[in-house]
Design a protein around this ligand. Sequence first.
Ligand code: ADP
Ligand code: MG
Length: 406
Amino acid sequence: MQIIVQKFGGTSVATEEVRQLVVKKVQQALKEGFTPVVVVSAMGRKGAPYATDTLLSLLKETNERTEKKEIDSLLCCGEIISAAVMAATLQGAGVAATMLTGGQAGIITDNHFTNARIIKIDSSKILHLLQAGRVPVVCGFQGVTVDGDFTTLGRGGSDTTGAALGAALNAEAVEIYTDVDGIMTADPRIVEDARILDCISYSEVCQMAHQGAKVIHPRAVEIAMQKNIPLIVKSTFSDAPGTLITSPATSDSEASLVTDRIATGVTYLEKIVQIALQVESTASHQTASQVFHAMANNNISVDLINVHPGQIMFTVNAEVASLAEEKLVKLGFPVTLLPDCAKVSVVGGGMREVPGVMASFVDALTCSHVEILQTVDSHTSISALIHQADVKTALLALHGRFGLAD
Ligand code: ADP
Ligand code: MG
């Protein structure tokens, strides 16, 4: 059996018309001799009746502080509706299909409601269906705890379901079907001349995803990488070949389709708040320890950390900024918040030890009059904190400067 996992995102299952395109992709896989396992997200985006955000707003209107277990039970309904409708659509086209909830598909998670992690997959039920010649249509984004409670895997979690099933079933490949022709050098909604990447390494795409490219969930990439299962990001709406995510060659003699470039893509993360604290020059390090423990104890993730004599700076997501401020004020620190910030990054696995990358990065932004509030770099990325209003200008400048538009 040559199993192939085909994951379809929300826009790919939104209407009867596009669900027929999904049927075509499944039939194509069958025709090529593969054994498909389908994974679906909830139907449509915000505003659509059964989309995840619509269901979420139903609870927000009822009670802002609904507990996470109930949030997860409601959110799971989105994928259950979608999988039942998709299985019915396949059956209507003469394809024997059976829908499975995450739990029925054997996906067991921990009990971190709204952001659960898969702890094991019992694929016996899926294998049973495959042996019977049926196409399983599995609800993405969900699992169950060992006690049988519904859980969800966090935003973008259907990608994780696809990759985890691919790993558990030792699939030939996991195909992530979406509304763009593949992974691009930038988000095409902002950078109009972004190009499709034919091939990209697991680590580069993981970096891009962590730095904001929402086209694929980083956890899905990590899972596929562990088992070296090829991931292909492609469109439901076209026959374009898509982007292959795989490993780069580990030696000169080994052939691989990917080599790491100095710059592979530009990404952005929005809704960031910069927090600055003035402290006594001699006390910066003790204070930093107090500050970051306070953040950790309140489950607040911090980024772009700079500790200098006299000043500590870091960033948090906008939704936790007031909680962070409250905790710091309670500790007696005078804090200054700078809201409406964003982080723009250039990602490239081949940028390490190449001189002049930071210079080009800074030049591109300053020549476009984008104020740099902070910078940070790693082996495979350079990022700057900027004002939210400058995101488009910054991305266009970086995309052009690093030769990604050619
Ligand atoms: P799905 O519902 O199919 O999972 P998503 O909205 O999660 O779809 O992901 C697809 C979207 O990701 C695209 O419509 C595009 O706007 C956005 N995107 C952001 N960065 C990139 C990128 N570098 N390449 C391609 N798409 C990107
Ligand atoms: Mg997605």
